[in-house]
Design a protein around this ligand. Structure first.
Ligand SMILES: Nc1nc2c(ncn2[C@@H]2O[C@H](COP(=O)(O)OP(=O)(O)OP(=O)(O)O)[C@@H](O)[C@H]2O)c(=O)[nH]1
Ligand SMILES: [Mg+2]
Ligand SMILES: [Zn+2]
Length: 292
């Protein structure tokens, strides 16, 4: 029996894990057991069967179409959210990612890719400066025509980073630059699983030359949240915490309640108004999610 394998990839009932000395092992897991996620630490038996998933520090995921949480990867240190002038992100995309990251206590790096293209003077691009001053680092990069990633690489040197963003923003392009031996790593994985190399159907850990790990996730058009209690959604807006302590009602939803100090703070400019507007939209979205 061997302890402390890192799960690199897992699909239906098989996965690939890496021992501390770098050996890749294909393992299988009974469907009765909780499904392991990339980033999980696990114990395998002598037949490379999964025995135990070690306690998770966190799990990043998204909502499915029924509003249920679907985890994608575990034990992450940071969420790297990529946006680009093309395809244009929806107004709430960034705010949804920030909520998910704050709830799981992940650091966030916002990456604006394709800065060779004209960046529209509109949300969410016009919000980036305010988000940066709230403590979310924003880095501007391009993968074409000349590669410019200087602001980003330092953020990825340690721990596990998950790369998220809608289809077409440039995640694979970035991965190809950051992981020079991507083909070799992918080839080794498919040798262990016996599956083809071409499609990214499951989240996969890639080792960066600088030492960190980058998790590539299959592209989705729109990132959706899951149905959650209002307090959990509020954890996604940490800047509301201080004014919220002064709301007249303890269970204030910061909507139309009288004496809401969060609304007042956004009206007086103490809080960015765009965050309060995002809060109201995500609150309304929760009503729809809880009915689906
Ligand atoms: N102009 C410009 N185009 C870029 C840049 N980076 C990537 N692209 C282009 O954007 C398109 C989409 O890039 P991908 O890397 O495939 O996007 P992705 O996020 O992996 O998309 P999915 O796999 O569908 O999730 C490709 O045509 C890239 O060549 C950039 O910095 N500038
Ligand atoms: Mg891709
Ligand atoms: Zn309030």
């Amino acid at each position: 029996m061997a302890d402390n394998f890192l799960v690199i990839k897992a699909h239906s009932n098989r996965g690939v894990a890496r021992s501390d000395n770098g050996r890749l092992v294909g393992f299988h897991f009974p469907r009765s057991l909780q499904r392991p996620l990339p980033g999980d630490r696990v114990t395998l038996d002598d037949n490379d069967k999964l025995i135990r998933i070690h306690d998770r520090g966190n799990a990043f995921g998204r909502g499915d179409r029924h509003g249920r949480f679907r985890p994608l990867a575990a034990n992450l240190d940071r969420l790297v959210v990529m946006i680009a002038p093309q395809p244009r992100p929806s107004p709430d995309l960034l705010h949804r990612y920030l909520v998910a990251a704050e709830i799981q206590k992940l650091r966030v790096v916002i990456v604006l890719n394709k800065v060779d293209l004209k960046v529209p003077d509109q949300a969410p691009f016009s919000e980036l400066e305010a988000l940066a001053s709230m403590g979310y680092p924003v880095v501007r990069v391009r993968c074409r025509p000349e590669i410019e990633l200087a602001g980003l690489t330092g953020h990825l040197e340690q721990g596990i980073s998950l790369l998220a963003g809608q289809s077409g923003v440039g995640k694979s392009s970035l991965l190809n630059v950051l992981v020079p031996d991507l083909d070799v790593q992918t080839g080794e994985l498919s040798r262990v699983t016996g599956k083809g190399t071409h499609t990214t159907t499951a989240a996969t850990l890639h080792q960066l030359p600088s030492g960190g790990w980058l998790v590539d996730t299959p592209g989705v058009w729109e990132y959706g949240l899951w149905s959650m209690p209002t307090e959990e959604l509020a954890a996604g807006f940490p800047e509301f915490a201080e004014p919220a302590s002064r709301c007249r009602f303890r269970n204030c939803r910061h909507d139309r309640e009288p004496g809401c100090a969060v609304r007042e703070a956004s009206e007086s400019g103490q809080l960015p108004a765009f965050r309060y507007q995002a809060w109201l939209r995500l609150l309304a979205e929760q009503q729809r999610l809880s009915r689906s």
